[in-house]
Design a protein around this ligand. Structure first.
Ligand code: PLP
Length: 417
């Protein structure tokens, strides 16, 4: 038997053993669910449904969430009401701030955070391009201009580049705690104080993460997303966090048509409200967040231990003084790995392992930005990382058997190509 044949057979055996382990550990994901959660090109997502996928993300929704939603439905009060107020109180307490203001999603939270600080036309906001596009779009919605700087090895804003990017028009820094690891908030807050700048934290992927023992989202104005793939979810939803009374009051006006007294509109506002149905889910999810994050951290530690020495693969680097909540477990595939990143994705997908590429194109290289002056920058690390990254399933529903299978498959591909 040739080595190629034996590698095919060994691959098939490990797929079969994975199928058995998935069937015994969790319900399999249909091809429809798989393509809903898989952010890869459809050619890769469009797999035969016979292979059970370990999905790249899967919400943990239990009976408590179902009962809580049923109670709201039975109450007849479906829009914003007491459940939103309760969710806001609990979230503010969890983050360690005075105020939490629920929003319709993370994008509207970011948009309102900028507006609530008076950031608009003519202002520049310093941020990074290696992110989900919402971080950048929120700046554009506010009428301001992104001023992009490069990232460091943690995929976050490289704080040493901020000072050079400050101009007389700079009004804010918008750091993104990408994949669940806070950026260097000490440096960011120090620079913001020195230059009198607002800090809006994009904590949409960092629920519960800490920097020097304090939660992400408690340094500047925090913006969270509760999209279905996040560490905690409400389906769609978001939250703003701050201890500044005036900014909180302004944000509250903006999310509700500028209205404090019914049908009296003090300012131009929006309908960015969360519903009680969503908040009921959020209250139950928040109670479990630390447990969810602990399981993510366990899965990440397992990958670190078993993938650290794989040639051509770089496991995530966690910087000191922070806790990472592993919204994503993102490795980099270097040229000395025996397969290209795209080949690795295809092989993992064939073997039932859902992977994601977050993010394949930095914001300044997106088609939507091509005519903008702010996008005419060269940011080598962001551009390089976009070509190298893949994220592995790390969510709480990844079983011990799943992660062992994922590691075994990657190690085998690393050895045989
Ligand atoms: C880094 C980042 N910023 C902003 C957002 C926007 O959040 P949402 O999808 O809830 O609007 C997301 C969510 O995907 C995100 O990951």
């Amino acid at each position: 038997m040739s080595s190629e044949q034996s590698s095919v057979i060994s691959g098939q055996l490990s797929v079969i053993s994975h199928q058995l382990s998935v069937i015994s550990h969790q319900s399999s994901v249909t091809s429809e669910q798989q393509s809903a959660i898989c952010h890869l090109p459809s050619a890769i997502c469009d797999l035969p449904s016979a292979i059970p996928m370990i999905p790249i993300s899967k919400p943990c929704i239990g009976e408590n969430e179902q009962r809580a939603v049923q109670r709201v439905l039975a109450s007849g009060g479906l829009a914003q009401g007491p459940r939103v107020a309760e969710f806001e109180r609990a979230f503010a307490e969890y983050i360690g701030v005075k105020h939490a203001i629920a929003t319709s999603n993370g994008t509207t939270a970011l948009h309102v955070a900028l507006l609530a600080h008076g950031i608009g036309a003519g202002a520049e906001v310093i941020t990074t391009p290696f992110t989900f596009i919402a971080s950048i779009n929120a700046i554009l919605y506010a009428g301001a201009t992104p001023r992009l700087v490069d990232v460091d090895d943690s995929f976050n804003l490289d704080a040493s580049q901020i000072e050079n990017a400050i101009t007389p028009r700079t009004k804010a820094i918008l750091p993104i705690h990408l994949f669940g690891q806070p950026c260097d908030l000490r440096a960011v807050m120090g620079l913001a104080t020195r230059h009198n700048l607002v800090v809006v934290e994009d904590a949409c992927q960092a629920h519960g993460a800490t920097f020097q023992g304090k939660r992400a989202g408690s340094f500047g104005m925090g913006c969270f997303s509760f999209y279905a793939t996040k560490n905690m979810t409400t389906g769609e939803g978001g939250m703003l966090t701050t201890s500044d009374d005036a900014v909180a009051a302004h944000a509250r006006l903006l999310i509700n048509h500028g209205m404090r007294v019914r049908y009296h509109h003090e300012t131009l506002g929006y309908n960015f409200r969360l519903t009680d149905v969503a908040a009921a889910i959020g209250i139950e999810q928040l109670k479990q967040l630390d447990g969810f994050n602990a399981r993510r951290a366990e899965n990440a530690a397992y990958y670190d231990e078993h993938l650290r020495n794989v040639r051509g693969m770089v496991v995530p680097r966690v910087f000191p003084q922070r806790t990472h909540v592993y919204h994503q477990y993102t490795v980099r595939v270097l040229p000395d790995f025996p397969l290209t990143r795209e080949e690795l994705i295809a092989r993992l997908s064939e073997r039932g392992i859902g992977v994601g590429v977050y993010y394949p194109i930095p914001a300044h290289q997106q088609e939507s930005a091509s005519h903008n002056e702010w996008a005419q920058v060269h940011l080598p690390r962001a551009q390089e990382f976009a070509k190298q990254v893949i994220s592995l399933p790390v969510h709480p529903l990844v079983t011990d058997a799943d992660r062992a299978y994922i590691v075994e498959t990657i190690r085998e591909l690393a050895n045989r190509g």
